[in-house]
Design a protein around this ligand. Structure first.
Ligand code: GDD
Ligand code: MN
Length: 389
């Protein structure tokens, strides 16, 4: 039942919903023209005979990949769609989410367009999910029977291993049962994707889904990561930085975790603070002015880390100078407030100095955290909204 099939972009929303239980294969592509024919051929060979499928390419290419796909799709016995994005928001992860939104079937399988993921595994991923009643099935390189044979070079292997370890340690519960959270090859039930809650940022879309969409149960299937067929990896050092930002964003999504990170950053601020204090008193400055100046080193350090790691996506509400000033005022108010607060706790509430100090430290810390959230990084109600209200 071969059919000529090139679905224009607009047709996606209106596309016929495939038979229940069928699969939509979502493939993100960025300049992969030399891999398309082979990939579609491999899918044709191994999927439709076992499971009805359709393929959705989400393409951010600057080369002729979309044309190559449309051309190659003519020989495919299943529907092939190309969604070309003029604005590649969110990189690889953003592309995958677009593809998921366009999917009509019960199951969605995400795989790379460079033939590193064997399509013959697609029906197995779905079958495993059906059998186990799982919402997510990960193709893992780290299970017995799997391997990362195609990961080029010991440097990439080391980076991959370190990233996996770091990620698993940051999300021990959410990633329980997922040995390969960095995998780009997995099946997910459409009903388990909460597309609106996702904030994809770069390569690690599986991590994003596992942490934010929280699919019901997770299964894994081993797979051998193949050599890239043609072209080169699109992953760069910049992508590595994006990954760290992604991790920080995921880890600090709830307020309690944010407060803990805020506190940890505050602790690291002791280092520049004490170093500056030491240098200035060594140079002969009186310790009181030295304390005040040294505190500013700690404040500056904290501000930089907090801006980069904690409130990265909430900075646009205020000009940077405005944020700096507010942050510095809050941090110094903390210092000024603490002494009278300790005096109050001792005189009025009968505490001794040590518990009073500890208590005051905690109070001013929580106040400073709440103040920083509310006064520096909370979105302001826009003036236009207020004047038209
Ligand atoms: N639409 C779109 N937009 N696609 C992209 C983009 C983008 O910005 N960047 C990369 N892609 C596509 C590529 O064209 C390819 O089809 C797929 O995403 C994977 O990109 P590669 O550049 O080949 O990634 P990799 O081989 O280094 O990494 C793969 O393996 C890693 C595990 O080691 C990916 O699957 C990663 O997600 C995975 O962590
Ligand atoms: Mn690849």
């Amino acid at each position: 039942m071969s059919q000529d099939y090139t679905v224009p972009e607009e047709a996606v929303a209106a596309a016929e919903v495939p038979e229940p239980g069928a699969v939509t294969i979502v493939v993100p592509t960025f300049n992969e023209s030399a891999n398309i024919r082979r990939l579609l051929h491999q899918i044709t060979e191994s999927v439709p005979s076992r499971l009805p499928c359709e393929v959705v390419f989400v393409d951010d290419s600057t080369d002729d990949t979309p044309d190559v796909i449309r051309e190659a799709a003519r020989d495919c016995p299943f529907p092939v769609t190309v969604l070309h994005r003029e604005e590649p928001v969110g990189g690889l992860g953003g592309a995958v989410v677009e593809g998921m939104k366009a999917a009509g079937s019960d199951w969605i399988v995400v795989m790379d367009g460079d033939c590193q993921h064997p399509p013959s595994l697609v029906p197995d991923l779905v079958a495993t999910g059906e059998r186990a009643g799982a919402g997510l099935v990960v193709a893992s390189r780290y299970l017995k029977g799997g391997s990362r044979a195609g990961l080029a070079g010991s440097y990439r292997v080391a980076v991959s291993r370190g990233a996996t370890w770091l990620t698993k340690s940051l999300f021990p519960r959410r990633l329980h049962g997922i040995s390969d959270p960095m995998s780009g090859f997995f099946a997910i039930r459409r009903g388990d994707v909460t597309a609106e809650a996702l904030k994809p940022l770069g390569y690690k879309i599986l991590l994003e889904l596992a942490v934010r969409s929280r699919p019901r149960a997770v299964s894994e299937v081993p797979f051998v990561f193949q050599e890239r067929f043609a072209g080169a990896s699109k992953s760069t050092a910049q992508e590595g930085m994006r990954f760290l930002r992604h991790l920080a964003g995921l880890r600090t999504a709830d307020p309690l975790a944010r407060m803990v990170v805020f506190g940890l950053i505050g602790l690291t601020g002791f280092v520049p603070n004490l170093a500056a204090l030491w240098a200035m008193t060594e140079a002969g400055l009186h310790f009181l002015p030295a304390e005040i100046v040294a505190n500013q080193f700690g404040v500056a350090w904290n501000f930089l880390l907090i801006e980069k790691l904690l409130f990265r996506d909430r900075r646009r509400h205020r000009h940077w100078a405005d944020r700096t000033l507010r942050f510095a005022l809050l941090a110094n108010a903390d210092l000024v407030l603490r002494i009278p607060l300790i005096a109050l706790l001792v005189a009025q509430f009968g505490l001794t100095v040590l518990p009073a100090t500890a208590f005051a430290l905690v109070i001013t810390f929580v106040l400073r955290f709440a103040g920083t959230e509310a006064l520096v990084y909370l979105p302001r109600r826009s003036r236009t909204a207020r004047s038209t209200a």
